[in-house]
Design a protein around this ligand. Structure first.
Ligand code: AMP
Length: 385
């Protein structure tokens, strides 16, 4: 090596380059977590105004554009994705250039509600009763087998409650079929759950695995509005019941990460019913119900996802006090009013307001439940909750 050769190389060029499919707020928060570790980021997203593009290199092209994917791949050390509807073909194509985590098989399973629930069942993870529906006759058969009420959902591309109809009586069957029929569907028994909870697991390339505490989630119009970490509603008031549910969730998550040889953060959403957990869905990526970890855990889900996909040691997942996360949907809050609350942290994603759009979130932190609930009452009107 000639003396001085090293000097020609800009130091940042030696840092791992992480290529991320999808440049939404999840990608943006991944980059924000990775910069302190010296990582570099490059995003791929067809939307020119995607939020992560404000802070990293952004390739704007369709996910089916192989030339663009090839250019995007140049020099990337590891790929990941922050959007679960990214075509599996794009992910498999990129795996020719560098490792892709989470593994494409996990993405494939998560993209189809039927494959996902079949996988859960295969691993002994309880789910609501379900049946595939491709024809009107199959819908009638499924309604007979499962009973009403039930939920008819599209198998693919559903999120935030989109692409689903609740069937309460047989009169609803035809209208639900009219609304959704024509694409592969799944009928699920309607679960009169007591709460919705989620668990985040993270597994590194080395096999090291960790779990975040079980979180309680509250939705409105199918969109997550509030997460409480750890789950702390009165239904969980018996300490044993929450720790039992947490152990159960970790057990189910362990089965999934082992079966999928998983790498990265995996989120699993469950319904809680009479002390049982029924798996609703999984997301092979960082998850909205884990945003509280940025301030509320020793290591955020975003940092741990990056550590995992790089094969680096995972950080501790222990909580720092109690946390609540409120999503900001459709309208921006009065930022100063948020910041005036003690223990409140504001995260805005750089997106233009639009009805139903996730624009940011607020994390509240407190040492005890009473203080957290007081803070929450103050934050609710500011976050329009
Ligand atoms: P999903 O898109 O499957 O996450 O569904 C969005 C929301 O609809 C969930 O968070 C639940 O509140 C509700 N939901 C979905 N499936 C069911 C079900 N089988 N029983 C009762 N509620 C459901």
């Amino acid at each position: 090596m000639r003396p001085g050769q090293k000097i020609e190389m800009h130091p940042t060029e030696q840092m791992p380059l992480v290529g991320i499919l999808g440049a939404g707020q999840l990608g943006r928060m991944l980059a924000l977590a990775g910069y302190p570790l010296g990582l570099r980021f490059r995003f791929f997203d067809p939307a020119p105004d995607a939020p992560a593009g404000q802070l990293a290199e952004h390739f704007v092209a369709d996910y089916t554009d192989e030339d663009a994917l090839r250019r995007f791949a140049q020099g990337v050390d590891v790929f990941t994705y922050e959007f679960e509807n990214v075509p599996v073909e794009a992910v498999r194509f990129l795996s020719r250039f560098a490792p892709v985590y989470p593994p494409p098989a996990a993405l494939e399973a998560a993209q189809d509600r039927l494959s996902e629930k079949t996988l859960f069942r295969h691993l002994g993870i309880p789910t609501p009763p379900f049946a595939p529906v491709d024809t009107r006759e199959q819908l009638d058969d499924a309604v007979r087998a499962i009973g009403l009420p039930a939920v008819l959902k599209t198998r693919r591309f559903g999120y935030d409650g989109k692409g689903q109809r609740v069937l309460r009586t047989t009169n609803d069957v035809e209208s639900a079929w009219q609304a959704l029929g024509g694409v592969p569907l799944i009928l699920e028994g309607f679960i009169p759950f007591e709460r919705e909870v989620s668990v985040l697991a993270v597994r590194s390339r080395t096999g090291e695995t960790a779990f975040y505490p079980l979180v309680e989630n509250h939705h409105r119009d199918g969109i997550l509005r509030l997460s409480l970490a750890p789950a702390q509603s009165s239904i969980f008031s018996h300490q044993s019941s929450i720790s039992n549910l947490h152990s159960l969730a970790c057990d189910y998550a362990s089965r999934l990460v082992a079966a999928l040889d998983y790498v990265g953060v995996l989120a699993i959403e469950f319904f809680v019913q009479e002390g049982r957990l029924l798996a609703n869905e999984m997301a092979p990526r960082v998850h909205n119900s884990g945003h509280w970890t940025i301030e509320g855990a020793a290591t955020s889900q975003f940092e741990n996802h990056l550590r995992a996909v790089l094969g680096w040691p995972l950080g501790a997942t222990a909580m720092r006090g109690l946390a609540a996360m409120l999503n900001l949907i459709g309208a921006l809050p009065d930022a100063q009013a948020v910041l005036a609350l003690p223990g409140a942290h504001l995260h805005l994603y750089g997106k233009a307001p639009r009805p139903g759009r996730k624009l940011g979130h607020i994390t509240l932190q407190a040492e005890d439940r009473e203080s957290l609930y007081n803070l929450l009452e103050q934050a609710r009107p500011i976050a329009d909750l």
